[in-house]
Design a protein around this ligand. Sequence first.
Ligand SMILES: [Zn+2]
Length: 1073
Amino acid sequence: MKLSRQFTLFGSAIFCVVVFSLYLMLDHLQLDRTKNPSSGSSFPGQLTILQEKIDHLERLLAENNEIISNIRDSVLDLSESVKDSKGSPEVGNQSRVGYPELLASPPLVIPIQQEDCHFAAKPYNKPADGVQMLDVYDLLSFDNPDGGVWKQGFDISYNENEWDTEPLQVFVVPHSHNDPGWLKTFDDYYRDQTQHILNNMVVKLHEDERRRMLWSEISYFSKWWDSIDSQKRDAVKSLIERGQLEIATGGWVMPDEANTHYFAMIDQLLEGHQWLERNVGVKPKTGWAVDPFGHSPTMTYLLKQAGMSNMLIQRVHYSVKKHFAIQKTLEFFWRQTWDQDTTTDILCHMMPFYSYDVPHTCGPDPKICCQFDFKRLPGGRISCPWRVPPQTINDGNVKERALMLLDQYRKKSKLFRTHVVLAPLGDDFRYNEASEWDQQFQNYQKLFDYMNSHPELHVKAQFGTISDYFSALRPAAAVDPVSNTSPLLPVVSGDFFTYADRDDHYWSGYFTSRPFYKRLDRVLESHLRAAEILFSLALASVQKANKWNDFPSLENYKLLTEARRNLGLFQHHDAITGTGKDWVVVDYGTRLFHSILNVKRVMANSAHWLVLKDKGAYIHSSSMPLLQMVTRNPFLPLSLVIYNPTEQDRWSVVTVYVNTPRVRLQTASGHAVTAQVSAVWEETTRASREAFQVGKGLSLQKVQDRFILQRVKYKEGGVEHKVEVGFVWYGTTSNRDKSGAYLFLPDGEAKAYTPNHAPVIRVTKGVVFSEVTTTYQHVTHTLRLYNVQGIEGQSVEISNTVDIRGEFNREIAMRITSDLNSSDRFFTDLNGFQIQPRRTMAKLPLQANFYPMTTMAYIQESGVRLTLLTAQSLGVSSLKSGQLEVIMDRRLMQDDNRGLGQGVQDNKITANLFRLLLEKRSETFKPEWSYPSLLSHITSMYLNHPVIPMVVSPNYDSLTFAPLSPLRAALPCDVHLVNLRTIQAKEGAGPSHEVALILHRRGFDCEFSNRNMGLLCSTTQGKLPMGKLFSELSVQSVTPASLSLMHTLDGGRSQEEIQLKPMEIRTYRVQLR
Ligand SMILES: [Zn+2]
């Protein structure tokens, strides 16, 4: 049978990583509200109100007049329905009739310790020499004048004798930028280019020990390593030991910093570092990010936590670069906004010019610098676009060429505060042919030899790695060793979005490009995390029961490792960004999809062991697994195992598909569970042939208006706010340069979405949720209200299924228009980790006011905040006071001249999922910084980490299962379990007996109402009792480590209690038993 019905059950799950089983019995009783004890008594007031509203709505729909103005009443009297469900503790208790054994009623007021509120409330102290990026934006005129040879800069002059006392020290850093997929797939690039680069490297670096090379992508390096023999591996190790080869950053890829979530950023860094530690034994000291399209302080924080002390960035707005160059602040300590001391500082070098290629790295004049890219010698495959070719260096020209190059080095050094200058020497996939190694290294060596042998030039030039450069810079800038002199370098806070490389070419298109894959990425992230946690718990439990050999640990660990690597690969700055060729996108998508299937297997295999009541009955059979994600045998009673992958107690709605409307649902102990059976829609107006409707179910009518959601009311206080959700179109400019995968170049302001046909509106009502679905030609827009206790009932769920496959140069956006007086201020998250205040600026073009949104964006006025939470990364803006706008998909028929060579025409039908949250705050906001509320954090977690249902195979119906609550108690509200990741064994491809416990203490704002939030947790000043963390497993040892496990930190073993600072992410090496 093709179809089935959607069956939604409303369940709860307790404690982190809760696995409990529910018995789903199919019998011949139609779900009847009068017979179902919990549906009748759970939410009496709420139901009545909802019932009335929906009846009212139906009358209106029947009348088919001014319908939309009234739909709001049914959909969005959020406040009333939520309040009624738990307006008082007594009501709350009653509503637990279905399963008293599971969840306590949420407290009326969350127990938050007053000390935990100080962090977000304290005043902001800007350091005396501090630079805030938002202030810089206020300052700049963004006028883009012609700067001469350095087009986006200015003329640089110097005095010949400036280096007489302290010679100029030049580090030329050879590098090869290897994209793990872009115009070719990862494997094709490896086969055609990367393997040759690395093979030649071993030979050519050994020829002369003065030569240096920098590498950063471990995805490639490890693939190559697997293919070489031990002799070659030893040769590589000796190059690293001698300092000739440096591994910078050491992540699996050089990740995008706009669309990536910090879970995946950490995971790819960990995967790269774990690989390095095991195979090469090297610990990267310096971050290297020459190509990501804008830079986030989240990456900075992660590098610092991973033990790195220096970093380099490149793609920053040309006006910002120029400003920093004038101020000589291109080298600075990048500090987190919330940091009140220096603990998050990392020394950062911002490259001053247009690109990381050779023409833009030796100095300000690309016409000159290009002549020192010896791959472009006449007769070669590439040449200099400035039409002056390089010359091979010989005795006859060495003086003239050396002076010419030295002039560029000197000018470049004038943009910095020390006499140490950095000149990267490389480009995309460079050094693939042996001849290029000879051309570059031999010619440069002659130039260096000349410079260094002429003391009157006062220069020492050499090949170096990026860490060689920083080692010379630190003492020169009085950073190291620590002395009485304070460092010469300033402190910078904030981020470097939105990037523009020239004119009004802002790279805000890639915040949305290929949204289908951005969503797929988030699905794999939540599944991988859920699988990692469950696998780690199962492994420890198996070990404790001495069943290590019975459990398929190796097989599952291999699947996890592959998923980590596929997810890691997708964090690359041409992958999650949506800026690869069509077939490369398909390659990424296939990897993500396979890994989602594989980690589901890991989850099922792990849950199998964990939920089994009699562990003696455990038998693993890969051909006949106990737990499945789908089942094809619908006629027997079925058991469902529901897995809550969050660290919080939780009431949540779980949806499964069934093929009969006659469903009864019970908990493991036989208590009935409230359930709602809804239709599954085959088409907009056609439900599945045997569709089942609860109550009066649904109505179909045609309406004319645009706004379905119109008002949102607080759950307390009764104040109503206008909140309209509509859709708009952007086109692309008629100028020569048009929007593409990277760039957003719209044809002015957006135009209202006016459908050709009146939309079809479908209303579903029920005891668990009610929703209104509006189907337009290009978007199916669903607003859903959960009628349940707790977090789920606090916000409106918005799901938009977008289909613009038939369009021509168009982008579709959802625009939320409210009556909030938010002025020109709005807030977006960075990587789901921190909030960055934004200002909409009229002096900037429209596309410059778009920013990446990974998990949320909000606007606020005194006392009110409206937050849009998202389950996928998209571009967002607030172009007018009271508005929030998010681009949902883009279809662009042309290339935007950044090398991709194609438009974006592989659009898919894409589901975008959001939640809209209106909150009341007791005080006015401080403008400098901002934090989400606890409710907002946890709503975001629900959205990104849904509960996971698994079906018990009918083959095992004789077995009994036990609910499992691995955590002794829910973690504090502000502590997030980022991951519980089993560490690889020292030998082989299997797991060790240790896990990496990664925790994040979220920063939150206490000034929001904390009454009736439905939160089931408290705060503890970041303290966690490690010895009492788990219920059945015991913690054998706890070793604090750096973020990616590279370094062991002080703090001793077996700490009874650990404490996290606000915003801190910490990793612990833990043995569970
Ligand atoms: Zn790249």
